[in-house]
Write a protein that binds this ligand. Structure first.
Ligand SMILES: Nc1ncnc2c1ncn2[C@@H]1O[C@H](COP(=O)(O)OP(=O)(O)OP(=O)(O)O)[C@@H](O)[C@H]1O
Length: 578
């Protein structure tokens, strides 16, 4: 049952209709063989007994039956065909959507552990294998097995000794294929890994093509890609080279049944315990059984390989998602109590405690890598802390549904990602049912209405994937418009470090000032002059809070903040001169 669960990526019920109709279609497909055997029996009866008359009327009935069985086959095959393909494509389409939804609910910590190429391959490649399994492999296997099984029963009724001889080697062949299942699995998973690695290397190569060109790295990066392709080739050859002989041996074993049957038949015929007609029927039917049995064996090996693709999907679907209380939090103050966290083994935050009262402006400052972004990610529950607790009001985030939590939070990050869609739809991510008037109002407040109106199709202009048709400042303002439209009470802000021209900088500052009014704001500040009025500033260093207070007090304290402030004061006077 597990194998069916895996091959269908966790939807074994989807096999019900295809299996039912395919079985019916294959049962009907047996009819012509039965009728042919009957025709042969009638004709050979006249050879066996020279006085016997050819049963002409019965033969005509057989011919009529043949025509009828053709019509029946056609009538049964159409729904079988529909069930196979309809089932396969709907399992893949629904499965892909379900997996995409599941990925969204997984923690970022889990997603970071997986290569993006691996996930993309699972979405497209693995589901294509599931599709192929349901639409081709399962029905073909059923078709290939039904006829030999029925033939075995039918032939055993004719003469059990001959039937036994014909199928004697079959269990050994099955055993051979089953006992080598472990090797098949190992080779299959090696091949799958090589395929994923090649997909990752290819994605890395394509993503980094600009850097590769700029730094003339073509050779080195291409070697990595080429090695991945070579490795894939090696595993492909290995899988064929090792599995081929096993399957061929099993096929040879099955075929030896025919030889054995002929030997036994001749022996029985000579001994007088077998009549000629039975022998001929066995010869006729026996030779027709090997093709479907060979197909079934080849399919079985392929089936096991495809099963691994479905199993990977099932395993990912079983990865626990972040869950919790569906009611959005009602209080808007944020507290971190003795929080420790690390992405890998090493801690990035050590026993950090902070309190951001509702409606206040809190700034996080500190050297690069001190853990500022990590604090924001924990507040958005992208990750759960290893130790300690993050709270909104008196409620722990760990017991809160991430979607309910995020409905209360707007985020503006440095690396703004825009989807390949219209500007209007990109802003609407903040509020999907926003009217055009609300949209434009938010864009005006975010200081982006003017530049949007100058674009060829205004709000309906499609931006490239990642928003790469817009400047950094423009993308940032669009993300602020999103946040303004969302109108959430808590704002997480990561100020842009990239140097912007003074006009862009002033526009963005104006947009941010509008966004943060009357909200709980937690901002990572790189330019300290923007946080002179902050209610509270936390200074982080090496994952710990080293100073805390307001601007004037911290400058007077003469510690890390004062040093950073002095440094920025000095560098702000620098000018490039020719
Ligand atoms: N996804 C990740 N996986 C592993 N380590 C990470 C990950 N994200 C951040 N880190 C590490 O955690 C530490 C803190 O990173 P964080 O981004 O919180 O620092 P930051 O103070 O925001 O830095 P910056 O000002 O440069 O953005 C760094 O050493 C960083 O390398």
């Amino acid at each position: 049952m597990n194998i069916l669960h895996n091959i269908t990526a966790g939807s074994p019920r989807s096999l019900l209709k295809p299996v039912l109709y395919t079985t019916l279609a294959n049962l009907v497909a047996i009819l012509p063989f039965v009728l042919l055997a009957e025709a042969a029996r009638l004709i050979f009866a006249t050879f066996a007994d020279s006085t016997a008359q050819l049963a002409t009327e019965r033969l005509w009935w057989v011919c009529g039956g043949l025509v009828l069985s053709l019509v029946l086959m056609y009538v049964c095959e159409i729904p079988a065909y529909r069930a196979q393909f309809g089932g396969a494509y709907s399992v893949a389409a629904e499965g892909r959507a379900k997996l995409a939804e599941h990925l969204r609910k997984l923690s970022l910590g889990y997603l970071h552990k997986r290569d993006p190429g691996d996930l993309a391959n699972m979405m497209m490649g693995d589901f294509t294998m599931v599709e192929h399994g349901i639409s081709h492999l399962v029905p073909q296997m059923i078709g290939a097995l039904i006829m030999p099984i029925l033939a075995l029963v039918g032939l055993a009724l004719f003469d059990w000794r001959m039937a036994l001889a014909l199928f004697a080697a079959f269990p050994i062949a099955i055993l051979l294929v089953l006992t080598t299942g472990g090797i098949q699995r190992k080779l299959g998973s090696n091949h799958m890994r090589a395929k994923i690695d090649a997909a990752n290397r290819l994605q890395e190569y394509l993503n980094g093509i600009r850097v590769i060109k700029a730094y003339n790295l073509t050779g080195e990066r291409f070697v990595r890609l080429e090695n991945a392709f070579r490795e894939l080739m090696r595993h492909s050859i290995q899988i064929e080279g090792l599995l081929g002989p096993i399957i061929l041996s099993a096929i040879a074993l099955i075929r030896s049944g025919l030889t054995l049957m002929v030997i036994v038949g001749v022996y029985l015929l000579v001994g007088g315990s077998l009549d000629l007609i039975t022998f001929v029927v066995f010869l006729l039917v026996g030779t027709r059984l090997f093709d479907p049995l060979t197909t079934a064996l080849v399919n079985y090996a392929e089936f096991r390989y495809h099963e691994q693709a479905g199993e990977r999907i099932v395993q990912l679907l079983h990865e626990p998602i972040m869950q919790g209380e569906k009611m959005p939090p009602v209080q808007n103050d944020v507290t971190l109590e003795q929080v420790s966290f690390g992405y890998l083994d090493k801690n990035v935050l050590n026993e950090v405690s902070m309190h951001m009262p509702a409606g206040s402006f809190t700034a996080l400052v500190g050297p690069s890598g001190s853990g500022k972004s990590t604090v924001l990610r924990l507040i958005a529950r992208f990750y759960d802390p290893k130790e300690g607790i993050v709270m909104m009001g008196s409620q722990s985030l760990a017991s809160m549904d991430p979607e309910a939590l995020l409905s209360r939070i707007s985020m503006v990050f440095q690396d703004v990602y825009l989807f390949q869609d219209t500007i209007a739809n990109n802003i609407r991510f903040g509020k999907s049912d926003a009217t055009q008037a609300e949209l434009e109002e938010a864009a005006k407040l975010a200081c982006c209405h003017e530049f949007i109106m100058k674009l060829p199709n205004g709000y309906d202009t499609v931006v490239g994937e990642g928003g790469n048709t817009l400047s950094g400042g423009e993308k940032q303002r669009i993300s602020i418009a999103r946040a303004i439209l969302k109108n959430a009470p808590i704002v997480l802000l990561d100020e842009a470090t990239a140097s912007l021209d003074p006009e862009n900088e002033a526009e963005i500052q104006k947009a941010i000032d509008t966004l943060i009014q009357g909200r709980t704001v937690i901002a990572i500040a790189h330019r300290l002059k923007t946080i002179r009025n902050a209610d509270n500033i936390y200074v982080l260093e090496n994952g710990g809070v080293v100073e805390q207070g307001q601007h004037e007090g911290l400058v007077a304290q003469g510690g890390l903040y004062a040093r950073l402030w002095r440094l920025q004061q000095e560098t702000s006077g620098w000018r490039l001169t020719s």
